[in-house]
Ligand binder design. Sequence first.
Ligand code: AMP
Length: 227
Amino acid sequence: MNILFFGPNGSGKGTQGAVVKEKYGIPHIETGVIFRDNISRGTDLGKEAKGYIDRGELVPDSITIPMILDRLRADDCKNGWLLDGFPRNLTQARELDKALKKEGIAVDIVIDMVLPREIAKGRIMGRRLCVNDNNHPNNVNIEAIKPVDGKCRICGGELKTRSDDQDEAAIDQRHNIYYDTKTGTMAGMNYFKELSKKNNGIPKIIELDGRPGVKEVTAELLSKLEA
Ligand code: AMP
């Protein structure tokens, strides 16, 4: 199963992505996580990406596109993948489609998590990252996934904030890119929605209301995946 997961930063994509990963036993590939991992290991890629990430800008396509296409060729992607954070603009969408077609691979499902901008912003600022596992969601502004005594609610690990999550200008910049229907992320998502229209509903499009609580969104997601 090959799945693209769209949603503005703060919509709960990471949290729900963990559910999808579990259901299909596929790797959850998050571009932002790959970049942050490189930054913390001090790699050349990390050094190059850091400035863009701190400002909330996209890392150039010349770096990001080959990095992701390469990741999709790894062994653990043989039975499918869940891409989260890619494509993030129209160029990336076209290049992904082109590369997949060349290898005879189809996108099966596109998930569109819909959330108003202001709500997404509040959630971003409350987000906390578990140092042990990126799939341990914690958020001080969301009751269902509040940390316990300041520690990860799942494993008790230390929690960190992302510097780009506490910078309002960087958040606004990321959302400007996401909600841009001309060349930004929504343009990239619409590219795949158009493909679906032309191709008898393949990929299948799943629209999710991101406003309810975590459990409600998960229930809606699972029922739509099974429909
Ligand atoms: P995220 O964790 O998805 O919020 O991503 C954090 C940052 O990583 C973004 O603000 C961008 O600077 C960078 N990034 C993530 N995905 C992409 C992408 N597909 N293309 C370019 N930059 C990206």
